[in-house]
Design a protein around this ligand. Sequence first.
Ligand code: BG6
Length: 510
Amino acid sequence: MTTELELNENPLMPGLERTPVRSTALVIFGATGDLASRKLLPAIYNLAHEGALPEHIQLVGISRGEMTDDEFREQSRDSIERFSRRRPDADVLNGLLSNVRYVAGSFDEEDLYARLKGGLEAIDSDIGLSLNRVFYLSTAPEFFPIILERLGEVGLSESEGADVRVVIEKPIGYDLASAKVQNLAVLNYFDESQVFRIDHYLGKETVQNLMALRFANALFEPVWNRNFIDHVQITAAEDIGIGTRAGYYEGAGALRDLVQNHMLQLLALLTMEPPTAFEANRLRDEKVKVLEAISPPTLEDVAGMAVRAQYGPGVVSGTECVGYRQGDGVASDSRTETYAALRLHVNNWRWAGVPFYLRTGKRLSRKLTEIAVTLRPVPHMAFQSTDGMGSAPNQIILTVQPDEGVSVSLGAKVPGTKMQIRPVNMEFHYGTSFESESPEAYERLILDAMRGDATLFTRNDEVEALWRIIDPILAAWGQDTTSEIPQYAAGSSGPVEAQALLEGRSWRRL
Ligand code: BG6
C-alpha cells in the first residue's frame, strides 16, 4: 500500500521530500457529472484513505440542479462506493464527507459566484485559516471561459495569504486557433503558474516510468538515437466504443480525442532531451522543444502520412457490436474517424530519419497502450537461421496498460547441439515487481494540483505546439468531404489502409 510519505516524495527523485500539501478548499464545477462521479470523487477518497490529504480538506460541489448539502453528500458517497478502486472504509469516508458543501447554480449566473465567495470566506473564518483554493473545471469545455471570467470578476482568482489554482480538463480547444483563444481567456484572469491543464496519461505510473527508464538508467541512453533505433510504434488501442459520448465524440474523433494529447505526450516523453532537473518548467521546456522539431505536414503531405477509418459492425470479445454510424446519437453519414494512424518524424540531430508510427482506435480487438522501440539489426549475422528460427532486432516494449511493465527482447541460443538463435524476452511487470497497487492517474494529479506542482500538467505553449502538428491533418480531412472513409470491422486490428504508412514494416500484433 502506498504511504503518505511515498506520496509526499518526489516520484522522479525518490527520497527527496516535495512541497507539502496545504489545507485546501477543492471546488468542483460539474460535481454531479460523469467525470466527477467516476474519477474525481473516488480519487479524492483514495487520497484520504492513504492519509495523503492535508489536515483540512473542504469539498465544494457546484452544479445546476437544486440539492442540499446532505443530498450531495449521499450522492458522493454512492459514487465513491461504486467507483473507488478500493472498498471504502466507513470512518475515512464519513470523515471526508463531513466537510462537503453544495452550491447550486448555472455557470453563467453572477449570483452563483457571489454565493461561492461568501461560502468560501465563511469556511475560512470557521476554521480560522485561509485555505488554498483549487477550482476544478469538470464541465463541458464551452463553460470554461465563462467560469474563469466570473471567478476573475468576483475576485476569486486570488486570495490573501493562500494560493488559488484552477484545473482544466481536456479538450483544450478544438484546433490551434480555438486553443489560443482559450489560453488567452484563462490568462486574462489567472497567471500561467495557477493553471493546471490535465492530461490524465501523465498521471499514469507507467507513463512516468518512461522517464525513469530513460533517465535513471545508463543502459538506454547510448542507443536512444537514430544510430541504433530503426523505428518506433506507439499504440493506444481500445476495445470499447464511444458509449453515451456521441455528443462529444462526433465533433472530436480519434485524432483530437487521443492523438493530439495522450499519444503526442507519450512521443514527447520518449524523444525529449533529458531535462536538467525534474522541475515543471525545465521538463516542459524540453517537451515543447521536441514537439517543435516535429514539422507539421503540408495539406498535400497528409494523404501519405495519415490514415483515418471508422469501425463497422463486428464482434468484440464475443459480443456483437453495431458499427459506429449505427450507434446512438451518431449521424448515419458521419465522417468522424474512430481510428487514426500517423507517421511522424522528429527533425533534430538525435532522431532525424527515424519514423514514429502512431495508431489509435475504438472497438479494436483489445485494450492495449504500448510503446515499441525497435532497434536496427546487427550489422552482420554470423549465425545461420535454421528451422524457421533466427534472430530478430532487439525491441524495448513499454506497456502502459494493461499488464503494465517493460520488456526487452534479446536473441538467445536455443539449448541443444546446434547454434540456433531465438528471440526471448527479459521482462519487468509492475504487478509482480512491486507489491503496491498503482494509484489511479487522477490521484496523483489532484494531489499535485493541490500542491502546486505542475510537472505533470500541460503548459499553454505546449498545448499550442501539440495542435500545430495536428491542425493540417484536421484541415486536410475536413476539406475532403466526398471520398469514402475506410472501414474496419469492430473487433479487428484496424483498417488495411494503415499498413501503407509503414513503408514495408508491419504493425505489431494487437
Ligand atoms: C480519454 C478519451 O481522454 O481517454 C477517451 O476521451 C478514452 O475516449 C480515454 O477512452 C482512454 O483513457 P485510458 O486511461 O482508459 O487509456
